[in-house]
Structures are given as structure tokens and as C-alpha cells.
Write a protein that binds this ligand. Structure first.
Ligand code: GTP
Ligand code: MG
Length: 359
């Protein structure tokens, strides 16, 4: 029997209006051009034709200047991560879109409660968590908004965590998290992921610590990803093809999942690895061999990637090297390796470093 490709799940938590649905449509739509495949060497394809059509029609609407309506349903999208030249996908990516209003009110009936519970179970099964902050409100209201949004998330998160402990799911809850700033087209031009990370630590340290405690995250600093789906002013789309941060989304999720492997390693197994810098991650590679036996199942696949990833080389080497290796892996029909090389190329690029910061 043919083996199914492994899947990476990530959870995007974002309040009503923070830009989740627009992001998914623009992320998917922007990858369906030949020029995307040429430039990045991969693309996502939706596993169901119906989902693909829904997302594409939302993308075309954006091109017409129309944003999607506020979501009233939850839906899980399944994508294949396909590297150019290969027929088989390298991985699957699962992405749940749901109404952000859920976090602001009680379920309206038993049906909605059941839907929410199922969604929460699926979010808890993810490899990485992204907290989406509304960039428009961040620009207008500054740290007051950030604090409010993070504290609200922590309160909700605590409820979810209690429920998951009751269901005995507690231990697979992801421990690290990324702040993504949506609508980053509205940030000052000089803003980088690192400068935003510094601002957040300066202005909202208590709230950030609160979330670290919720997840049991012991990293120092905060991972930040800048994202923008379109360029818009006052809710009017100026350029539907102008995106920020999209190519870094999958690598950021992957990096964050790798950290999770370190967090979950039994005491002593990764002694000496120290802080979770990219160089720290590199040191894990040699130690990771027998970790699989100790890790919850959903993380075992990530160790395969970790062994292939050579993070120090990424830091020293330009993206070109990885593109070449990707081509080689494609020629040899090494599906997973080709996908990994595509992501590494992106991590090594200058663009990648501007929009994603990992302490
Ligand atoms: N400037 C700018 N505005 C955006 C962008 N993405 C979304 N918006 C604005 O934010 C609004 C909400 O976006 P949605 O994608 O519907 O937000 P959501 O998180 O899915 O909201 P719910 O479905 O209600 O949870 C849009 O109607 C736009 O006005 C962006 O990339 N840049
Ligand atoms: Mg929505």
C-alpha cells in the first residue's frame, strides 16, 4: 500500500476581523501562478477541488477589490505541498478557518458547541500555534491593543487547556507560539520582524509572559512573523498582488515545530543544546536519533526533517545553494527532501529574515 505523506498542522488563533480568511485565500491564490512555482520551487494544491475553487474564487474577488465576508462556519482545508517536477507531495498541510467571533461569545446552541469542541481538538493537535494580531489595530492602538488581545487569548487558552486536560489531551498541546501581525502593509516601511519583536517585549512583556506560562514555553524573546494579504488603505484594496511574509509562513511553522521537538525531549537527552537559536537547533541534530521513542507520535515525523536540515549552513549560505539541492532531490524523486530544501532556501533568503524573527 502507498504511504500517505506526513502532515504538518498549524493553528491560527485570531479574533474576528483580524484577517484569517483573507490570508488563506490570498496565500493559496498567490501560489497558483507559474511565476510562484518558478521563484519558490513549490506550491500548495488543495486536496479537494471544491476547496480549491472556493479559495480561488475568494482570491479573484480580492483582485476585484472585494474582501471576503466575516466567517460564520468552520472548515478544515487540506493541502499538498508540491515541489516543482514531482508528482507526489512532500507533505500535507492542514489549516482550519473558523469564525473569530467564537472567542468573543458563548456558543449559540448545542450544534455550535459541538463544532467548536471539534475545532479546538483539531487546533490542539497542531504542531505550531500562530496568534494573529490585527496589524491595523496594532498601528492605531499600539501596545494597549496588543496587551488586550494577548490577555484575552490567555484567558481563552486557559479554558481550552482545562478542557483538554479533562479530555486527557493535555500533553500534546503545542508549547511554543508565534505572533503574526496581519495587515503588515499598514506598518511603517522600516518595520522588520525583529524591530516589532523588540517593541512587543518592551511594551507588553507581562502579557507575553502570561502566554509563555500558558504554553509552558521557556524561550527568551518572542517569535514574530509579519504578514499581509493585500495592500489596502481604509478597507479599499489598492493592490491585490502585493503580499508580505507568505513565503516564510511554512518555514516559520516548520522551525517552530522543530523547537517543539526540543521542548519535548526528555530531560538530559538534549543536554547542552541551550537556547533555541538556529545554531542551538543545529546542535540537536546529532542528538535526535533516538528521540522518536520518547516523543508524542505527531512529532516523530518532524525529527526526520530535523536530521536533514543543517541549520548552520542555512545561516551562512545563500538561498541559491538550497535551490540547487532542491533540483537535485527532484531529479532523484526524493519527495520529502525536495520539500525541505525548498523551505531551507526560503529561510536563507534576505526577504525571509526581514519578515520572520526567531530569538
Ligand atoms: N490593510 C489590510 N487590510 C486587510 C488585510 N486583510 C484583511 N484586511 C481587512 O480586515 C477585514 C477582515 O478580514 P477577514 O479575513 O474577514 O478576517 P477574519 O479573521 O477572517 O474575520 P472573521 O471571519 O470574522 O473571524 C477585511 O474585510 C479587510 O478590511 C490586509 O492584508 N491588509
Ligand atoms: Mg473569516
Amino acid at each position: 500500500m502507498k504511504k500517505e505523506p506526513q502532515e504538518i498542522r498549524f493553528a491560527v488563533f485570531g479574533a474576528k476581523g483580524s484577517g484569517k480568511t483573507t490570508m488563506l485565500a490570498a496565500y493559496y491564490g498567490s501560489q497558483q501562478t507559474d511565476s510562484f512555482m518558478e521563484e519558490y520551487g513549490y506550491r500548495l494544491s488543495a486536496d479537494s477541488a471544491e476547496d480549491g475553487n472556493t479559495l480561488l474564487s475568494r482570491y479573484y474577488q480580492l483582485e476585484e477589490g472585494v474582501f471576503p465576508a466575516s466567517s460564520s462556519d468552520v472548515h478544515e482545508y487540506s493541502f499538498s505541498f508540491v515541489v516543482g517536477g514531482l508528482k507526489e507531495p512532500s507533505f500535507k498541510l492542514k489549516w482550519l478557518d473558523y469564525p473569530g467571533g467564537w472567542w468573543e461569545r458563548e456558543p449559540s446552541d448545542a450544534g455550535e458547541k459541538a463544532e467548536r469542541d471539534a475545532a479546538i481538538r483539531s487546533l490542539l493537535a497542531s504542531h505550531a500555534v500562530i496568534l494573529l494580531l490585527d496589524g491595523e489595530r496594532y498601528v492605531k492602538e499600539g501596545q494597549a491593543y496588543v496587551k488586550k488581545a494577548l490577555d484575552q487569548f490567555r484567558n481563552e487558552g486557559e479554558k481550552i487547556k482545562r478542557a483538554s486536560l479533562e479530555e486527557d489531551q493535555g500533553d500534546s498541546w503545542p508549547r511554543n507560539w508565534i505572533i503574526a501581525i496581519s495587515k503588515a502593509d499598514l506598518l511603517p516601511a522600516a518595520a522588520t520582524a525583529e524591530s516589532v519583536s523588540i517593541e512587543l517585549l518592551k511594551g507588553s512583556l507581562d502579557s507575553i509572559n502570561g502566554i509563555d506560562r500558558l504554553f509552558g514555553d521557556d524561550s527568551y524573546g518572542v517569535r514574530v512573523l509579519l504578514l499581509s494579504s493585500v495592500k489596502a488603505r481604509k478597507s479599499k484594496i489598492v493592490d491585490a498582488h502585493c503580499h508580505i511574509g507568505f513565503p516564510m509562513l511554512a518555514p516559520a511553522v516548520l522551525l517552530s515545530s522543530l523547537e517543539e521537538v526540543r521542548n519535548r525531549a526528555p530531560e538530559g537527552k538534549l543536554a547542552g543544546v541551550g537556547g533555541m537559536t538556529l545554531t542551538g537547533l543545529r546542535k540537536m541534530v546529532g542528538l535526535v536519533d533516538r528521540l522518536d521513542d520518547f516523543l508524542p507520535e505527531k512529532y516523530q515525523f518532524i525529527t526526520i526533517i530535523l536530521q536533514a536540515i543543517e541549520l548552520d549552513t542555512i545561516l551562512k549560505t545563500g538561498a541559491e545553494v538550497f535551490r540547487k539541492r532542491q533540483e537535485k532531490a527532484v531529479r532523484r524523486k526524493q519527495f520529502q527532501l525536495a520539500g525541505i530544501e525548498a523551505l531551507k532556501a526560503q529561510m536563507a533568503s534576505e526577504e525571509g529574515r526581514k519578515v520572520y524573527f526567531q530569538p
